[in-house]
Design a protein around this ligand. Structure first.
Ligand code: DX5
Ligand code: ZN
Length: 231
């Protein structure tokens, strides 16, 4: 799955930017599987982006499932609102709360899938049990806060560990990676067992965002040892 991040899109033209990666129908390989929306609060990360009102407008403007990545403090206060609004997947940061399971429960009760994100320096093992209450594991491959940073390959050990547990049936999460994914890095991430690839600058700084989605998907599928990718 490919999830373009609108962080690198033109914020004054979000509906048009979204339409660029909507393809011609569900089977179009240039269609984004998820639309990744980075919510930053200038506290959990040193950057400020957008919040619920913009996500609500975006949900009315697209039929692509919206994947909200909340880089915010106190996610328990805000995360369920995104699910209620209709976001498909709502991801919170493990480092931002003492009780991720409670937040996951509230997201699910509000009708969303629940995701847990871990920063590059955060270990995966302490969260294995907790992830039983989540649908998505988001492995950050850059420090959260900004688009256009360089991929940190060391995080792929966490992807491999998660993949192993998922393939063994011990965990049921979709493994997502975010940060520095482009044509040079998507293959190593796919080899490690990623299911869903977030790409911001690689899609929206490309001359043809739809072609970028298609090419990323092809590269990822070619490199996938287990053919996790469906298209
Ligand atoms: C960074 C965000 C990413 C960002 C990725 O904190 O979580 O989603 O948009 O951008 P690229 O793909 O340019 O690294
Ligand atoms: Zn993100």
């Amino acid at each position: 799955m490919i999830a373009p991040s609108i962080l690198s899109a033109d914020f004054a033209r979000l509906a048009e930017e979204t339409a660029l990666v909507a393809g011609t129908g569900p089977d179009d390989p240039a269609r984004a599987d998820w639309l990744h929306v980075d919510v930053m609060d200038a506290h959990f990360v040193p950057n400020l982006t957008l919040g619920l009102p913009v996500v609500e407008s975006l949900l009315r403007a697209t039929d692509i499932p919206v994947d909200c990545h909340l880089m915010i403090e106190n996610p328990g206060r805000w995360a369920p609102g995104y699910a209620e609004a209709g976001a498909y997947n709502v991801t919170i940061h493990a480092e931002a709360t003492d009780d991720p399971r409670a937040v996951a429960r509230d997201i699910r009760a509000a009708g969303g899938k629940a995701g847990l994100a871990i920063k590059p320096g955060t270990d995966f093992e302490p969260y294995i049990e907790i992830l039983r209450d989540f649908d998505t594991l988001l492995v950050m491959s850059v420090e959260p806060g900004f688009g256009g940073q360089k991929f940190i390959p060391e995080v792929l050990g966490k992807v491999r560990a998660a993949r192993k547990l998922v393939d063994a049936g011990e965990l049921k999460v979709l493994v997502e990676i975010d940060g520095g994914i482009n044509l040079d890095t998507v293959e190593q991430a796919s080899e490690a067992g990623v299911d869903c690839f977030v790409a911001g600058s690689a899609v929206y700084s490309a001359g043809d965002p739809a072609a970028a989605v298609r090419t990323l998907r092809e590269r990822a599928a070619d490199a996938s040892p287990h053919l996790h990718l469906t298209r």
